[in-house]
Design a protein around this ligand. Structure first.
Ligand code: MLT
Length: 392
């Protein structure tokens, strides 16, 4: 028997990395030594002190029961302490922080809290596919804000048509940016706060890469900007900073009414994150940040290898200040999809086609440097052998 899917799921494309996983599995079955530079999934282990805390907490019987859906107060306090120390932002752990089963979960569910069918949501293009995926599931209509090289991959707020701005209820932004690696300064965030106030738009800032930055650059929190808490919230997680993507724990922080609505939504559909994981993440946020700095130094070296390697083949790429992504145009004669296919077929290297992040990503590809140096060097050698010198 084949059951008819609900319209909301019919309209939903398979998740980008689920498609890429299939390609990897198929190539591996064919015996190809695949080097996957697709998903941004840290390859280094979770720091020892975090693992030790998890091991201790797993043995505590009260952690075996239902957790609080919105997070242990001590976990929310750890987020608050992290924000105070890292960004100088003051938050109330009881009303301005909610735990999430990874920030992806909250990013998808916030649309359900604030968007009715037919509502407009402003979404960056290219952008993390969950912004539009969650909105489409809620029946809303994404209006895509182009991120172009000319604009430093920042949305041009003045270019958003007046009627769209009037109808928009929510806006997603994300800096340091996935997939472009771009960063935003205070002026940009200030302009976002003013825009949001003028049009009464809820701003959802995804700050997942706040701790992955190079050469002294320190990404900002949206919540550092005066007035930000009035108009928005920030999503973040321990995934990228502490190599904890598999642990599934994040948070949303900021506007108390929005935090409450998201928490209320969650109490109705999930039962929160395993408390042992909450305790472990707390130790990550409040403990020594030495591993973050050490890992960033490793990523910096990898970034240089990849950018220098591609530039030696004919690209003209600048080195991103943050994130573990390299965003690059495809050579002449290729589309995003045909280049990704060519590279996997001829070199056994998986790259992410830029159009997977939206129409504006067409003509680009993304490399994730979450692979050991030796594998990155080999990937570049294989690409050089099959592509040679590139032209644009
Ligand atoms: C990516 O590769 O774009 C991200 O790692 C995916 C994710 O965070 O879910």
């Amino acid at each position: 028997m084949r059951f008819e899917e609900a319209n909301r799921i019919k309209n939903l494309p398979p998740y980008l990395f689920a498609r890429i996983e299939k390609v990897i599995a198929q190539k591996k079955e064919e015996g190809v030594d695949v080097i996957s530079l697709g998903i941004g999934d840290p390859d280094m282990p979770t720091p020892e002190h975090i693992i030790k805390e998890a091991q201790k907490q797993v043995a505590v019987p009260e952690n075996h029961q239902y957790p609080s859906s919105v997070g242990l107060l001590s976990y929310c306090q750890a987020v608050v302490d992290f924000y105070a120390k890292r960004f100088g932002v003051v938050l109330d752990p009881k009303t301005e922080v909610v735990s999430l089963i990874g920030s992806k979960e909250g990013i998808a569910h916030i649309s359900w809290c604030y968007l009715n069918p037919g509502d407009i949501v402003l979404v960056p293009d290219p952008g993390y596919p969950v912004y539009s995926g969650g909105a489409i599931l809620a029946g809303a209509e994404p209006y895509y804000m182009p991120l172009t090289l000319e604009n430093g991959f920042l949305p041009d707020l003045a270019a958003i048509p007046e009627d769209i701005a009037q109808r928009a209820k929510m806006m997603f932004i994300n800096y340091p940016n996935n997939p472009t690696g771009a960063v935003a300064d205070e002026n940009f965030y200030q302009a976002v706060v003013e825009f949001a106030k003028k049009y009464e738009i809820l701003v959802c800032h995804d700050n997942a890469y706040s701790e992955v930055a190079y050469e002294g650059y320190q990404p900002l929190s949206f919540l550092q900007i005066p007035g930000a808490k009035e108009v928005g919230i920030e999503f973040n997680s321990v995934s990228k900073a502490y190599n904890m993507t598999g642990w599934r724990i994040g948070w949303a922080a900021g506007n108390a009414a929005v935090v409450e609505a998201l928490g209320r939504f969650k109490t109705n559909i999930d039962s929160g994150q395993f408390q042992a994981v909450q305790y472990a993440a707390s130790v990550g946020l409040t403990g020594s940040q030495a591993t973050v700095a050490a890992n960033n130094e490793i990523y910096r070296e990898r970034r240089d290898i990849v950018v220098d390697g591609l530039n030696a083949m004919g690209w003209h790429l600048a080195k991103p200040k943050a994130t573990f992504y390299i965003w690059a145009p495809v050579p002449k004669g290729f589309t995003s999809a045909s280049f990704a296919e060519y590279v996997i077929e001829k070199a056994g290297v998986v790259i992410t086609p830029g159009n997977g992040y939206g129409d504006q990503g067409e003509g680009y590809f993304r490399i994730s440097i979450t692979m050991p140096k030796e594998r990155l060097v080999e990937a570049l050698e294989r690409m050089k052998k099959t592509i040679g010198k590139v032209e644009f």
